[in-house]
Design a protein around this ligand. Structure first.
Ligand SMILES: C[S@@+](CC[C@H](N)C(=O)[O-])C[C@H]1O[C@@H](n2cnc3c(N)ncnc32)[C@H](O)[C@@H]1O
Length: 255
């Protein structure tokens, strides 16, 4: 039966592939790459560089297909996400159908495949359809969250305390969730942290973590927010894209 591996490749540092991922790579016959346009070509190149580093050339095939278009500012957000997900399921169904009977396909998922990534639920949808029989396996990776806090040499949580991971959109709408003083924010294109200027909140910010372009800044939000915004805008203009994430830590109110 066909097999598909969803392999977490870490957040950019080729040394953050796990031993398990490196061991499984040679089993793969076909790597499926999604082309997300010129601006994201660096992310395709980063994946190819990992294959070049860990595999002999000629022992595998790469099939690249254009990704499904997605409206980033839709009027109907849930409807648009659902349509996009069905489009991705169709895309993967086609790719898996192109595998030989006992071949292994692989999707190289950025960071960890289970964190803000649709690959696993989309593959489950393809499997549920039952049109193309296949098995799939998820190989964990080092997420950008782990890379961020390691780089800042700080634990993710405070002793015995909860942590929440959320998006820039949710932070902008809701602020800190009740009972949570340590909040990791991903997918934030609008610097939602600026709403905490003037409050007792520290930020540990990182962009392009694990890559040669890595930038990190930490400090009280009120002192570093403007600097982060400036550095972020410059880097984004220079490279054409940015991936950044941050931990917000509200000062302990009991002290
Ligand atoms: C679609 S999510 C995928 C997350 C990924 N599965 C992970 O485990 O990190 C993309 C978001 O992850 C964060 N991210 C991924 N790689 C990053 C990196 N190298 N540096 C900083 N943030 C990163 C950013 O917040 C970005 O908007």
């Amino acid at each position: 039966v066909r097999r598909v591996l969803v392999i977490g490749i870490g957040a950019g540092d080729p040394e953050q592939l796990t031993v398990q991922a490196v061991r499984l790579l040679p089993e793969v016959d076909v790597f499926f790459f999604l082309d997300k346009g010129d601006a994201k070509q660096d992310l395709v190149d980063a994946r190819q560089a990992m294959l070049d580093r860990y595999l002999d050339p000629g022992g595998y095939r790469v099939v690249t297909v254009p990704d499904v278009d997605r409206d980033r500012t839709p009027a109907d957000y849930p409807g648009t996400v659902a349509a996009w997900r069905t489009g991705r399921a169709d895309l993967y169904a086609g790719l898996i159908a192109g595998l030989g009977d006992d071949e292994v396909g692989a999707i190289l998922a950025w960071g960890d495949p289970t964190l803000y990534d649709n690959t696993v639920p989309v593959l489950a949808e393809v499997a549920d359809r039952g049109e193309v029989p296949f098995d799939f396996q998820v190989v964990p990776g080092i997420s950008s969250v782990s890379a961020l806090v390691a780089r800042h040499r700080t634990p993710l949580n405070r002793i015995g305390g909860p942590v929440q991971i959320t998006t820039g959109r949710r932070l902008a709408e809701d602020g800190f969730p009740a009972g949570v003083d340590d909040l990791v924010v991903m997918l934030d294109s609008r610097c939602a942290f600026t709403r905490f200027i003037g409050e007792a909140v520290d930020i540990y910010w990182g962009a392009y973590l694990g890559t040669p372009d890595e930038i990190v800044v930490a400090g009280p939000v009120g002192e570093v927010a403007e600097h982060i915004q400036r550095v972020r805008a410059d880097a984004r203009a220079r490279k054409g894209w940015i991936m950044d994430t941050y931990l917000l830590r509200r000062h302990d109110q009991r002290t």
